[in-house]
Design a protein around this ligand. Sequence first.
Ligand code: FE2
Ligand code: FE2
Length: 439
Amino acid sequence: MEQDKVLEQAKVLFVDDEENILRSLKRLFMEEEFEVLTATSGDEGLKILQGDSSIGLIVSDQRMPGMNGAEFLEKAKKVAPMSIRMILTGYADVQAAVDAINKGGAFRYIAKPWQDEDLVQTVKEALNRYSLILENRKLNKIVKKQQQELKKWSQELEIIVQEQTMELQTNYDNLRKLHTRLENNFENTIQAFSGLIELRDKSMRNHAKNVAELAVKIAEAMGLHDREREIIRVAALLHDIGKIGIPDVLLGVSFEDMAAEHRVEYMRHPIRGQAAIDIIEDLREIGLLIRHHHERFDGKGFPDKLKNIDIPRGARIIALTDFIDIHIRRHPGDTGIAPTLKKVKAERSKMFDPEIVVFADKATEEIYRKRQFDDDFFEKELSPKDLRNDMVLSRDVISGTGLLLLRKGTTLNDTNMTILRRYYDLDPAKKGVFVMVTR
Ligand SMILES: [Fe+2]
Ligand SMILES: [Fe+2]
């Protein structure tokens, strides 16, 4: 269909110096659908070609005065490169035909004299060829255009993808930075809170840290998952936060040594601790573990006298590790490990969950054995004669009759040691003098 249309539009140009030949050619093609143009010289032919771009076939006689056929076709090729060119030549003039084909790019030659039917057939074939060339060119143009569009489109797409990737990466980086900052802030805040109580009571230095470390070790051994371990760790770091409000006289005094009214006050610290952090929604679960860290497995603990597995698991673990750290620090070096673990076993099913106690030995050994050479303080009970300059009291020194001799935190020197020894002779205290020593 497309081809027919091209054929209708395509024209044929005949160039011959003999007008009667041109006339007969016109007659021959009168019935055809395509238009026939004629020129009597190469010059005239070129003029027509310059003014009309729809000439699909040029047929030229070879022998013409002035410009011959081969020369004309050579020039015509430059004016209308797409057109098909043919040469009309006598049998004798083969060299002229070869020239026309080589120089003028002629498609073929037609021998003179021609058979009318052959010539009509040849012209039709040439126009068909011309239409195929045009069609092919058109298709090539479309393909090329589409390729360019596709290329442009894929480049644009690549840019968009790159931009989006960069944006995503930037967002992700920012979120990660923010997350890290929040995490660091949270950890720093917890550490700061945890350290507050130890600021007041130097004998408990690193207590919260040890309790947390040991609790995490045991939680790991029990196979608890990450989130529960983290809750236990933070709760352990903060377990005694409620002690911030208790009077100085209770600091450094063991529960057994407290007067009855002081015990009541002391027993409030788990609830106070829970209340202190309850306003922070994220810490509620942690608050619950803090509240119950002094419950006993047999139900005789405080503040709620919870029993057995009614006590949250994390609180049962912290109760155990709290006890272990307090008892171990009463002995020098690692000598506290064995007696403490012995006490722990004696309290199985009383103070502690027997299923958790199972994990105590290994975890305690791992945490405290390596501390032998750590720059860590612990409390030591000495007789007055063993005191040395620069030792720091970890508890108040009270005479046998209850007189306060030296305050906790006092650094010993020759003067106060002399007074202290004199009192110990006159009015002997029930216990030795408690000092902080480095491991
Ligand atoms: Fe406590
Ligand atoms: Fe504690």
